[in-house]
Design a protein around this ligand. Structure first.
Ligand code: ARG
Length: 486
């Protein structure tokens, strides 16, 4: 977080005599006393909202064009404003802009710089506008860009998983319930389960974009404006799909930010669960997979260690994003209509959510491309866990035994396997027939891992053939849908 706290800028003299220059404040007309320096720093947001300078300038240019379109500004004034704003954009881009906390936020810093640069015409830019609709517009423009990056980053990870699933369509591992070996599954099938989680996440972000891309400008402070503004004109200039219908709602709504953060929290929860699996699988005890060295670190004291830092960190960062969701919900819950200064607190959680999510998705997409799979170890684990027990029960049912009786028979066979340290497929036919005379020589076809997985040959099943078909469908699902309306 980059928030400047008052104690960082207060070096001495913390009493009320520490006053700041009042002349620069655009709103100081009705004030007789200057702002306390501590309060000035406490209320400023420029240290973090300067991140939205591009959106702020784009919004101002569109607003100036609209004002000229409805004859509130002359064409010359419009061009002078646009030219000045473009110069300011350049300056900020080159790191030559002096941000001042005396000017509170990104909006007033840029506006004051414009007036410094072009004189009185700069003071006309804010006609028919308020910082309340301005900031709401900036956040929406910012999130619209970011949501497209997020959607693309999800696609990147989905692609890695599809490739891995295709490569490992035949690889058999134990599938778990309660973290106990349940039935054999294919590793490709397991990877595609995570693909499905991400596909739902992606569709949630695509959906949220619709509610982000609506324009508050024109609401002004809260009630609209007396100028003959053309909101549709500004919305077209900025690429918004619609204008907000109600001015009070326009300046106070932050649902879109909460929604994006909720989607992010759910996505992070998925990555956290996935991380938990990777951490387990990469342990010496499981040894199912190996993460590439470039995604792990060693220990400064234990030479044998190779720690799965990346999945661990992603799991840890989930708490941070979940926290941001709670921050935003709590931020809004007590606010009456319309704008309240509380809303300034929306930005840091939102920015950190976006940064965290993009970082996690990127690192995951790269990491999953470099996972190596220990096929033999996973196979062994599937055999040791009696993972084909259900297959034997199903075999008995097909031979006319009621399922509950079949369950009992197999239970006794497993007991023998445990006692004699053998897998079901290693128990002889005569021994198996002691438990049920319905068992014939063909039983061994279902007791193999390959027989077990390939028998689950329907849409959504784990058979290698189905995994390959699902990989194909997954590829077309992610290529058909464009992430953004652009
Ligand atoms: N920095 C403010 C924010 O982030 C901008 C809007 C301020 N509006 C006001 N009426 N003080 O919300």
């Amino acid at each position: 977080m980059t928030n400047i706290m008052p104690d960082q800028i207060m070096t001495h003299n913390q009493n009320n005599s520490t006053k700041t220059q009042q002349a620069e404040k655009p709103w100081n007309g009705r004030f007789t006393e200057p702002t306390d320096a501590f309060v000035e720093a406490f209320t400023a947001s420029v240290s973090f909202d300067q991140r939205m300078y591009q959106q702020d300038i784009d919004g101002s240019i569109a607003h100036a064009k609209m004002l000229a379109h409805v004859d509130v500004l002359t064409e010359d004034e419009r061009d002078t404003i646009i030219d000045g704003l473009e110069q300011i954009r350049q300056k900020i881009q080159c790191g030559e802009f002096n941000w001042s906390i005396k000017l509170e936020d990104v909006h007033m810093n840029i506006e004051a710089a414009l007036t410094d640069l072009i004189g009185i015409t700069g003071k006309k830019l804010h006609t028919g506008r308020s910082r309340n609709d301005q900031v709401a517009t900036d956040i929406r423009l910012y999130l619209r860009d970011e949501v497209d990056h997020i959607i693309n980053a999800i696609l990147g990870l989905q692609n890695s998983l599809i490739n891995l699933a295709e490569r490992e369509a035949d690889t058999i591992m134990p599938g778990f319930t309660h973290l106990q070996t349940a039935q054999p599954v294919t590793f490709g099938h397991h990877m595609l389960a995570w693909f499905e989680n991400l596909e739902r996440d992606r569709s949630r972000f695509i959906d949220a974009r619709k509610r982000i891309n609506i324009m508050p400008l024109g609401a002004a402070a809260l009630a609209g404006t007396t100028y003959p503004i053309d909101r549709e004109f500004t919305a077209r200039e900025l690429g918004f799909d619609y204008v907000c219908e109600n001015s009070l709602d326009a300046v106070s709504d932050r649902d879109f930010a909460i929604e994006l953060t909720a989607n992010a929290a759910l996505l992070m929860t998925h990555l956290s669960r996935f991380s938990e699996e990777l951490v387990l699988w990469a342990s010496a005890q499981f040894n199912f997979i190996e993460l590439s060295d470039s995604f792990c670190t060693g220990s400064s004291i234990m030479p044998q260690k190779k720690n799965p830092d990346v999945p661990e960190l992603v799991r840890g960062k989930t708490g941070r994003v979940n926290g941001h969701l709670i921050s935003l919900l709590t931020l809004m819950k007590g606010q009456p209509l319309a704008y309240n200064k509380d809303n300034q607190e929306d930005k840091e959680p939102l920015f950190d959510t976006v940064d965290t999510l993009k970082g996690c998705l990127k690192v995951y997409a790269d990491m999953m491309q470099h996972v190596s799979v220990n096929k033999e170890v996973m196979r062994e684990a599937a055999i040791r866990g009696f993972s084909t027990a259900t297959d034997l029960a199903d075999y008995l049912v097909r031979a006319g035994v009621a399922f509950r009786d079949a369950h009992e028979v197999v239970g006794r066979a497993v007991r023998l396997g445990v006692d004699t340290k053998r897998d079901l497929s290693e128990i002889s036919l005569t021994e198996l027939q002691q438990f049920s005379n319905r068992i014939q020589a063909d039983v061994f076809e279902v007791l193999t891992l390959e027989g077990s997985v390939s028998a689950r040959n329907h849409i959504g099943g784990t058979a290698p053939e189905q995994v390959r078909a699902a990989v194909k469908r997954a590829r077309s699902r992610i290529s058909n849908e464009e992430p953004s309306a652009k």
